[in-house]
Design a protein around this ligand. Structure first.
Ligand code: ADP
Ligand code: ZN
Ligand code: ZN
Length: 668
C-alpha cells in the first residue's frame, strides 16, 4: 500500500488566505470520526498548512473520507509509527474550538455521558457548521461601506478644481455631513451614481472602507454613551459581588437570593469586571422565554459586546456567534443563551452564570449526549479558570449539598431580602374540600373569584397558574383529598388507557397496576375522579363567571415562534389584560410591578406527580410563582387552591422555609 497522494485544499475563509503557506507543523494528530474511541491518528502536513488544535479537517481513513478534529500539531515526527502508512490531511475545513481546554471539555462530557467524542462534538457545534461551505461562511457577517472624504477631497470642496458638477455636489454633501456617509445611503438617495463615487475614489479624493458588523448590531445603534449605568448595590449585593471577586479561578458559588433580591444586578456587575479585564462571559438561562429580558438588560449595559445563542436563533445567527467567539482578536463577548451555549468556544472565559440553576430544563434528555449544563459548566470553570455563579431563589438539592460541611466545593452567597425591603407576599390557602362541603363545585373558588373581580378597579394584575395537563392524570377525592398511591413506591398512580375504552391505574416506577375506582377508599365519597383542567377550559370558565375580566393565555400554544414569549409578555406588561392564565412557564423570571396576585388553580396537579423529585420541583415552582407577586410598590399576595392543605410541600410553601424542606429531603 502506498501512501495516499498528498492533496491539500485550503478552504479557509478569504482573510486567512495570505499567510497560510508554509507555517504549520509538518505532523498533525487528529481524532477521526470513524476511529476507535479516544484513538488519535497521525497525518502528514507536507504543504505546511497552518493548522492548529481545534481545526476541523477532512482526512482519509480506510479508503474513505471522514471528519477529524486536530488535537495537536507536531514539529517532529512522533515515534512508534513503524509499519503505519502515513497519509496526508486532505482538506481543511472549519475551526471548531480555540484551545486544548475546550477539547478537554468535550472529552469530559463524552466520558460523563458514555458516548463518543464525535457524537458529542457534532451535537455541540451549531447546526450547519460541518456542512458549511467556507465561501458562504465568509459572507456571514454583514459589511457596509463607509465613504469618507480624503484630505485632498476636503480641499477640493472649497477650491472646486476640475470636478464635474455631480462630483462637486457629492464632495459638498460629504463635507456638510461631517466628512463621511454610508455608500448604500448615498446611492439610495438618488442623484449620486456609483461612477461618480468611483471617479472620485480613483482621483484619491475620497476613500472607501468596508466595515464588518455582526448581524445583531446595527452600525448606527450602539455607542458607548447610550449604555445604562450600573445600579448602586445594596449591602448584601455588594458583599456577594465582593465574594465573587475574591473567589479563585475555577470556583463555584451559589448565589441564593429570594425572588426580587437583585441577583441579576450582581451578575451584570461581575460580568462588567470580566469585560474590563478582557475576559468573556457566559450568561445562561434555562429557557428561551427568559432570554429576551436578560438580553435587553445586557445590551443596555454592554452594547455591541453582547451576543446570543439558543434554539430560537436562526442557524446563521448561531454560526455567527460561534464565529465571533473563535475570532482570536475579538473583544470580550458577553453571550446570553440557553444550555447549548455552555459549549461556546470563548477563549478567555472569566465568568459563567447559570441563572435559575435548579431548573430541570438545563438537562438535555435527548438526543445524546444527555448532559446537564450545570455539570458541563463546572467542568468548564475548572478547566478554564472561570468562576461559576449558580443563581436561584430555590437551589437544587444537589447544589445545596455541595455547599455543606467542611468538604464543601461551592461557596454560598446569600441575598436574604428583596430590593427596597419589600416583603415576600404571604401565602393564603383555599381548602377546596370545604368549598365542596358548601356546595361550591366550580374550578374557581369563591375567595379567588373575589380577588380576581377587584383587580381591574385597582389597576392591578394577576398571574394564574394552571399546572400542565400531562401531570394531572391521577385520581383524587374531592371530599377528602385522598389520592391513590402505589403501595410499593408511594407515588401517585396515573390513569392509563383511552378515554373511550378500558382504563387502569399504573405506577410510573414499578409498573404496579390497579383497577380504576370511582369511590374513595378513605371516606366513601363518590366525587372521586381524574384530576385537572387545561388552560383553555379555565379561560372559558373565567370568561363565563367574571364578565369583563380581560384574559391572556400563556402556554405553549400561544407563545410559538421566535418572539412569542416576549410579545405576549409585552402585551400583558402594557396592561392589555388583567389576568395572565398559563402553565409552568408563568413562574419564571417575570418582573412586572403591577402584578399583586399570584394564584394556583390546582396545586394538587403538582403535588401528585409520578416522580420521586416531585416534592422539590413543586415547591421550587410554587415559590417561584409566589415571587412574581408584589415586586412593585404595592404588596402582593399568593392564593393556592388545594385539596391537600396538609401536604408537606404546601406546609413549607406557607412557612416560606425552603431550606428546612431541603434538609428534610436530604434526610430522606
Ligand atoms: P432577581 O433576579 O433576584 O429576582 P432582579 O435582579 O430582577 O431580582 O431585581 C429585582 C428588581 O430590583 C429589578 O427591577 C431591578 O432593576 C431592581 N434592582 C436590583 N438591584 C437594585 C439596586 N441595587 N438598587 C435598586 N434597584 C435594584
Ligand atoms: Zn375521600
Ligand atoms: Zn410503584
Amino acid at each position: 500500500m502506498t501512501s495516499a497522494r498528498l492533496t491539500i485544499q485550503a478552504d479557509r475563509p478569504k482573510a486567512a488566505d495570505g499567510p497560510l503557506a508554509s507555517q504549520g507543523d509538518p505532523w498533525v494528530q487528529v481524532w477521526v470520526e470513524a476511529g476507535r474511541e479516544g484513538q488519535v491518528f497521525t497525518y502528514a502536513n507536507p504543504d505546511g498548512l497552518a493548522l492548529a488544535s481545534g481545526d476541523l479537517v477532512r482526512v482519509p481513513l480506510r479508503g474513505r473520507r471522514h471528519v477529524g478534529l486536530v488535537v495537536e500539531t507536531l514539529q517532529v515526527r512522533p515515534g512508534g509509527l513503524g509499519g503505519v502508512t502515513l497519509v496526508a490531511i486532505e482538506a481543511l475545513h472549519q475551526r471548531a474550538a480555540v484551545d486544548g481546554q475546550w477539547q478537554g471539555l468535550i472529552e469530559d462530557v463524552a466520558r460523563d455521558c458514555h458516548t463518543s467524542l464525535f457524537r458529542t462534538l457534532k451535537s455541540v457545534l451549531p447546526p450547519g457548521w460541518l456542512g458549511q461551505r467556507p465561501a458562504k461562511a465568509a459572507a456571514a457577517p454583514r459589511s457596509r461601506i463607509w465613504v469618507a472624504l480624503a484630505a485632498e477631497g476636503a480641499r477640493a470642496s472649497t477650491s472646486g478644481q476640475g470636478l464635474s458638477a455631480k462630483q462637486q455636489a457629492l464632495v459638498d454633501q460629504l463635507a456638510n455631513q461631517g466628512g463621511g456617509a454610508w455608500q448604500a445611503e448615498l446611492l439610495a438617495s438618488g442623484g449620486i451614481s456609483r461612477s461618480v463615487l468611483d471617479g472620485l475614489e480613483r482621483r484619491g479624493l475620497l476613500s472607501k472602507e468596508a466595515l464588518v458588523f455582526q448581524a445583531a448590531d446595527h452600525p448606527n445603534r450602539t455607542s458607548r454613551l447610550d449604555l445604562a449605568p450600573s445600579q448602586t448595590l445594596t449591602g448584601a449585593q455588594a458583599a456577594a459581588l465582593g465574594q465573587i471577586r475574591r473567589a479563585p479561578g475555577g470556583q463555584s458559588l451559589l448565589l441564593w437570593g429570594v425572588t426580587g433580591a437583585g441577583k441579576t444586578e450582581v451578575y451584570l456587575q461581575a460580568a462588567a469586571d470580566c469585560v474590563a479585564a478582557g475576559q468573556g462571559v457566559l450568561l445562561l438561562t434555562p429557557e428561551i422565554g427568559l432570554v429576551p429580558q436578560l438580553l435587553d438588560r445586557c445590551r443596555q449595559r454592554f452594547g455591541a459586546a453582547v451576543a446570543e445563542f439558543h434554539s430560537g436563533c436562526s442557524e446563521r445567527q448561531r454560526i455567527d456567534t460561534w464565529r465571533r467567539c473563535l475570532a482570536a482578536d475579538g473583544d470580550p463577548l458577553v453571550v446570553v443563551g440557553t444550555r447549548s451555549a455552555v459549549f461556546l468556544p470563548i477563549n478567555t472565559l472569566g465568568l459563567i452564570v447559570l441563572d435559575e440553576e435548579h431548573d430541570t430544563s438545563y438537562k438535555q434528555d435527548s438526543p445524546m449526549p444527555c448532559y446537564h449544563a450545570r455539570d458541563v459548566a463546572r467542568h468548564r470553570a475548572r478547566r478554564s479558570g472561570a468562576r461559576l455563579v449558580l443563581g436561584s431563589a430555590t437551589p437544587s438539592l444537589e447544589t445545596w449539598q455541595t455547599c455543606q460541611g467542611p468538604a464543601a466545593t461551592t461557596e454560598l452567597l446569600r441575598l436574604p431580602e428583596r430590593i427596597g425591603g419589600r416583603p415576600l407576599p404571604p401565602v393564603r390557602l383555599v381548602d377546596m374540600r370545604l368549598e365542596l362541603e358548601d356546595g361550591h363545585r366550580r374550578l374557581i373558588s369563591r375567595p379567588l373569584m373575589q380577588r380576581l373581580g377587584g383587580l381591574a378597579e385597582r389597576g392591578e394584575q394577576a398571574v394564574l397558574l394552571v399546572p400542565r395537563r400531562g401531570h394531572s392524570s391521577f385520581l383524587s377525592c374531592r371530599s377528602c383529598g385522598e389520592v391513590v398511591l402505589c403501595p410499593n413506591c408511594d407515588v401517585a398512580l396515573t390513569v392509563h388507557g383511552r378515554s373511550d375504552g378500558p382504563q387502569w391505574l399504573r405506577c410510573h416506577w414499578c409498573d404496579h397496576r390497579a383497577e380504576i375506582t370511582d369511590r374513595c377508599a378513605h371516606c366513601g365519597s363518590t366525587v372521586f375522579k381524574p384530576f385537572g383542567a387545561g388552560t383553555q377550559r379555565v379561560m372559558e370558565q373565567l370568561d363565563k363567571e367574571l364578565e369583563g375580566l380581560r384574559l391572556l393565555r400563556f402556554d405553549r400554544d400561544t407563545t410559538r415562534g421566535r418572539d412569542g414569549h416576549r410579545r405576549l409578555l409585552q402585551r400583558f406588561a402594557a396592561g392589555e389584560a388583567d389576568v395572565l392564565v398559563g402553565t409552568q412557564m408563568l413562574a419564571k423570571g417575570m418582573d412586572l410591578p403591577a402584578v399583586t396576585l399570584a394564584a394556583v388553580l390546582a396545586a394538587d396537579g403538582l403535588l401528585h406527580r409520578p416522580d420521586l423529585r416531585a416534592g422539590e420541583q413543586s415547591l421550587q415552582l410554587l415559590l417561584q410563582l409566589a415571587g412574581r407577586a408584589g415586586r412593585g410598590d404595592r404588596p402582593g399576595e399568593v392564593l393556592v387552591q388545594t385539596y391537600c392543605p396538609d401536604h408537606p410541600v404546601i406546609r413549607h410553601l406557607v412557612d416560606g422555609r425552603y431550606e428546612a424542606f431541603l434538609a428534610e429531603e436530604l434526610a430522606l
